[in-house]
Design a protein around this ligand. Structure first.
Ligand SMILES: [Zn+2]
Length: 160
């Protein structure tokens, strides 16, 4: 178990495109395991590699449902349809929450930790989490998409 330090905004690595992963070795496995441990430790539903200071196209998502932990390496959105608006936060912006509109459904192509290609379809909250993390890999932060900031207190009162 290795919990990494979260890179907080502002940091250059959070706003630049990440490099594709080309080597699928034990180091990558360790990185994925560390990302998972870090996401769980800080109660996140997703984590992108730049958030622990690694500029590679890797994200992990786990919204705590039956989908389990999804590891996305070199992910690419193949299709995005519909629309949803909901509150998002980000481990790199502690205490900051805002409403973001995203596609309701996405189809994503990615590679797993062994380098094998797969496709995944997601909707609703899982689709939101996946889009948020893939944005990170392109240096795009949720704050650039927030339509309205939500007070943390308001959020607690709303029962989220
Ligand atoms: Zn984030």
């Amino acid at each position: 178990m290795a919990v990494k330090k979260i890179v907080k905004y502002p940091a250059e690595i959070l706003e630049q495109p990440c490099k594709p992963v080309t080597v699928f070795d034990n180091k990558l496995k360790k990185l994925l395991n560390d990302m998972y441990d870090t996401m769980i430790e800080f109660d996140g539903v997703g984590l992108a590699a730049p958030q622990i200071g690694v500029d590679l196209q890797i994200a992990v998502v786990d919204i705590g449902d039956e989908s389990g932990t999804i590891e996305l390496i070199n992910p690419e959105i193949l299709a995005a349809t519909g629309e949803q608006t909901g509150v998002e936060g980000c481990l790199s912006f502690p205490g900051l929450y805002g409403e973001v509109s995203r596609a309701f459904y996405v189809k994503v192509k990615a590679q797993d930790r062994k380098g094998k290609s797969f496709k995944i379809e997601a909707e609703d909250y899982l689709a939101r989490a996946i889009q948020h993390e893939i944005d990170h890999l392109h240096g795009v932060l949720f704050t650039s998409k927030v339509s309205k900031y939500i007070d943390e207190k308001e959020l607690e009162e709303a029962g989220n």
